[in-house]
Design a protein around this ligand. Structure first.
Ligand SMILES: C[S@@+](CC[C@H](N)C(=O)[O-])C[C@H]1O[C@@H](n2cnc3c(N)ncnc32)[C@H](O)[C@@H]1O
Length: 298
């Protein structure tokens, strides 16, 4: 069997090689385009039992960390609940979605204050802990495993939505915007949302290439190396987990936002009257560690 060598003149067997295998136009190699929408990091590896060991264990096992404060600036979950209560004008009986609720610290307290709380998170480990703590507190929260990019059919269901401790900005920008649109979708018209994120000016002022992020008195620690990409606005972290003599590495990232950019994203996603506060619930300044964005859906 001969291959016709001429891709240009060979037209459906009309070239001069009788009985040859003709390369029809449709047989030409066609470039394959894969549309990859892979996650930018493995959230299952990041939000696991090790995370709870360092960030949700009793304080008596913690030792001081070294480096800038980039984590939470709140003293306790009850203090967060006080701020959320005030900024979201919460009242008992309101339906609240805690989106990316983690291990349920805030959701359980809001439920204890009389709200009808749903907590959604992708981490089964965190949700198990949230349910156990809810039972211990004697509160009822509807904990749902899910993905913030595709929320269930909850259109217009919630009076209020909270998204706390930099639980936004894990994806590429179109997908991050989709998450905002999902937030707007599940709120009733006039409903309010509160997001708690790093305050960019303060965050940048305290930037270091690495730091010890958390330690325990037995020597366990989290050591982070940082990379800030000005082209994407992403803060990328290579984390080394040292626990019980074992070493594990993982990576994660978060998108950083200045208030005007996030305000414009919120507006495009269907929110209006977007305002910014610090961790003391006062109007945002460069001195605050945290940026709380309050937005009302149209
Ligand atoms: C920094 S933690 C904050 C948790 C909680 N809001 C708090 O204040 O403790 C981020 C949370 O986002 C969750 N998460 C990450 N990707 C998610 C996704 N695609 N859908 C839902 N939750 C996600 C993680 O499991 C984790 O609980």
């Amino acid at each position: 069997m001969l291959w016709c060598p001429d891709l240009i003149t060979c037209r459906y067997g009309m070239c001069n090689i009788p009985g040859g295998r003709h390369r029809l136009p449709s047989a030409r190699p066609v470039p394959t385009v894969f549309v990859v929408t892979a996650d930018l990091f493995d959230a299952t590896a990041m939000y696991d039992e090790d995370y709870l060991h360092f960030f949700a264990s009793p304080d008596d096992g913690a030792a001081p960390t070294h480096g800038p404060v980039v984590g939470t600036a709140y003293t306790a979950a009850s203090a967060i609940a006080d701020i959320v209560w005030r900024l979201l004008d919460l009242r008992p009986g309101m339906s609240v979605l805690d989106l990316a609720c983690g291990h349920g610290a805030l959701a359980n307290i809001l439920a204890s204050r009389g709200c009808a709380v749903t907590g959604l998170d992708s981490s089964a480990v965190f949700l198990d802990r949230a349910r156990a703590d809810a039972t211990a507190m004697g509160v009822d929260v509807d904990y749902v495993q899910g993905d913030m990019r595709r929320l269930p059919g909850w259109t217009g269901r919630f009076d209020r939505l909270v998204n706390w401790t930099t639980a936004f900005g894990y994806f590429d920008d179109p997908t991050n915007r989709t998450v905002l649109a999902e937030m707007a979708r599940v709120l009733r018209p006039g409903g309010l949302m509160a997001m708690d994120l790093d305050n960019l000016p303060r965050f940048l002022a305290s930037y270091t290439p690495s730091r010890i992020t958390a330690t325990r008195r037995n020597g366990d620690m989290l050591v982070d190396r940082h990379h800030l990409d000005p082209l994407t606005g992403r803060f990328e972290v290579e984390r080394t987990v040292l626990r019980d003599g074992h070493v594990r590495r993982l990576t994660f990232l978060k998108r950083l936002f200045g208030f005007p950019e996030l305000r414009d994203w919120c507006t495009a996603a269907g929110f209006t009257t977007v305002s910014g506060y610090g961790e003391d619930a006062e109007p945002l300044t460069i001195h605050h560690h945290r940026m709380i964005v309050i937005a009302q859906v149209r």
